[in-house]
Write a protein that binds this ligand. Structure first.
Ligand SMILES: [Zn+2]
Length: 64
């Protein structure tokens, strides 16, 4: 299990800049936890999108 986000145990910021930074941090953590990486090309998708992607994935992008 990953450790709980440190910020979750800290007091919430009260100034606008602090709140924005906090929200960005939480969004970043959430997106990392909720996205799955394609095992072929390494791109990340929402779980339901990854299922669709895997059907058409041809591996790492090839330069033409
Ligand atoms: Zn892929």
């Amino acid at each position: 299990m990953p450790p709980a986000p440190v910020a979750a145990t800290e007091p919430l910021p009260t100034d606008a800049d602090g709140i924005e930074a906090y929200n960005n941090q939480m969004a970043s953590i959430f997106s990392k936890l909720s996205l799955d990486a394609c095992e072929f090309c390494g791109r990340t998708f929402k779980p339901e999108s990854l299922v669709k992607h895997l059907k058409g994935c041809r591996g790492p992008a090839m330069k033409k």
